[in-house]
Design a protein around this ligand. Structure first.
Ligand SMILES: [Zn+2]
Ligand SMILES: [Zn+2]
Length: 373
């Protein structure tokens, strides 16, 4: 594969301003382990919308995009390996983790919590494209990967659409459920029917949850939740009163509430409602608050009286990708994440793509930076 001298990327120079198409040179030389990837699909995550609105402190200019698949177009002289040590070759179709960790801080080494690495950075989120190698986000024709990136070769029977359709939500939910340590045949309530809610639902279903209940909206998202295996969906537009929703959950769980409730909405006051939906001795996982949506009123007495376990997880770690990709490959019929992609945009349409996601017009939107959208 011969590389062009330059390529195009959609660059965010300022918050709330249109992204601009810009040309960058491709690196002429790669160090050992470094890769250049020709991007085939770049997912648009709801987080991109928050980043574009300036809701997180990030450096600019920046190339957004942290849900990316592509083919290896170039690798450093002494080659590179995937996360499990197999050699990578030009033309391999891959996915990769966007989080970069230092592997030397206390969180990386002592607590084994790389998701909380003190020097953590992420492609497409907070690594500026100002300096070479520039190509550090998914909204571009090519993506540069540092040697410390965890790379996963995609099996031939796993379409890129499934990987990007599941996006960062599935690995995030896998991380959460690992900490939750759910037991088979527990009753589960998922709060939220967006990408993280749907991913949590798929994992809970696969883990044997019953009944499996989703509280959320709008209607078409709840329909999809039923397609993914929800036994009961409660539409917050049709049942706007939290007390009425609680009674529906009690009815479905033998009058006691759910063993497990998972928050996937990112709305602070959902937490108090979620505690009310737990049975005594139940577990509550907060998964949907990647953005800081502010404080809320909570009554700690509920935790004491109910002996609740309240948990949280942040992002994902490379090993969650192994679980995620194998899950997507083997269970694609039951959980058709590839069908979530409803809108495809060219790189020149990156602003339309962001706007469509911001307006909830789409299932999942992707940018196809090379070739036809
Ligand atoms: Zn994301
Ligand atoms: Zn670290």
């Amino acid at each position: 594969m011969s590389l062009p001298g330059t390529c195009q990327c959609a660059v965010m120079d300022a918050f709330n301003r249109p992204l601009a198409l810009r040309e960058f040179p491709l690196p002429e030389r790669l160090e050992p382990g470094e890769l250049i990837v020709e991007v085939d699909l770049s997912g648009i995550c709801g987080t991109d919308v928050h980043l574009h609105k300036g809701q997180l402190a990030i450096p600019l200019p920046l190339i957004l995009g942290h849900e990316t698949t592509g083919r290896i177009a170039a690798l450093g002289d002494s080659g590179a390996t995937d996360f499990v040590g197999r050699p990578l070759r030009i033309g391999d179709r891959i996915a990769f983790t966007v989080g970069r960790t230092c592997r030397s801080c206390r969180y990386c080494r002592v607590y084994r919590l790389p998701s909380r690495c003190e020097k953590r950075s992420a492609y497409g989120v907070n690594i500026s494209c100002r300096q070479a190698p520039h190509l550090l986000g998914g909204y571009g024709q090519y993506h540069f990967l540092y040697a410390d990136t965890a790379v996963f070769r995609l099996p031939d029977d796993l379409p890129s659409e499934a990987v990007v359709g599941a996006g960062c939500a599935l690995v995030t939910a896998i991380h959460g459920f690992e900490k939750l340590a759910m037991q088979w045949a527990e009753s589960v309530v998922i709060q939220g029917a967006g990408p993280v809610g749907l991913a949590a639902l798929a994992i809970a279903k696969e883990a044997g949850a019953r009944p499996l209940i989703v509280v959320g909206g709008p209607r078409d998202r709840l329909e999809r939740c039923r397609r993914f295996g929800a036994d009961l969906t409660i539409d917050i537009d049709e049942v706007p009163d939290p007390d009425a929703r609680r009674r529906l959950v009690l009815d479905a769980t033998g009058g006691i509430g759910a063993d497990v409730v998972v928050e996937c909405v990112g709305i602070p006051n959902a937490v108090a409602e979620g505690w009310d939906l737990c049975r005594d001795g139940g577990k509550y996982l907060v998964l949907g608050h990647y953005g800081d949506a502010g404080p809320t009123m909570l009554n700690p007495h509920v935790i004491t009286r109910k002996e609740l376990t309240v948990l949280g997880t942040w992002g994902s770690e490379p090993q969650h990708w192994i679980t995620s990709l194998e899950f997507l490959r083997t269970r694609r019929d039951a959980y058709p994440f590839h069908e979530l992609i409803t809108h495809r945009f060219s790189l020149a349409q990156a602003n339309e793509a962001l706007a469509a996601v911001a307006d909830w017009q789409t299932g999942k939107a992707v940018i196809v930076p090379n070739g036809q959208a």
